[in-house]
Design a protein around this ligand. Structure first.
Ligand SMILES: [Zn+2]
Length: 100
């Protein structure tokens, strides 16, 4: 990230323009799986990122929010496992019927 003399991120196209970032929002890059020319997004996986934008030209830089990601992962390790809903539990009789 290019920083100006004040240590603030600046646009690569406008060295004197400070980039803006909304500190009250969390941005996420989700993962996607491509199969047979079709794509599906998995919003439960991805990277937490900070977005910096130039208010003049719209240039954007993304940076992984390492500290927030670390805290979320730590919290997930401590949280009790959530039981799967009954409908998601495999029904052996139903599976046998599908196999026929
Ligand atoms: Zn710019």
């Amino acid at each position: 990230m290019p920083l100006n003399k004040a240590g603030k991120p600046h646009c690569v196209n406008h060295e004197n323009i400070a980039m803006i970032s909304d500190k009250d929002t969390i941005n996420v890059l989700t993962t996607a799986t491509v199969r047979d020319d079709d794509i599906s997004f998995d919003a439960s996986k991805g990277a937490l990122v900070k977005v910096f934008a130039c208010p003049v030209c719209g240039y954007i830089e993304l940076y992984w929010d390492k500290e927030l990601s670390r805290r979320v992962l730590e919290r997930r390790k401590q949280a009790p496992k959530v039981a799967e809903p009954a409908s998601a539990v495999a029904d052996p009789a139903h599976k046998a019927a599908e196999a026929m």
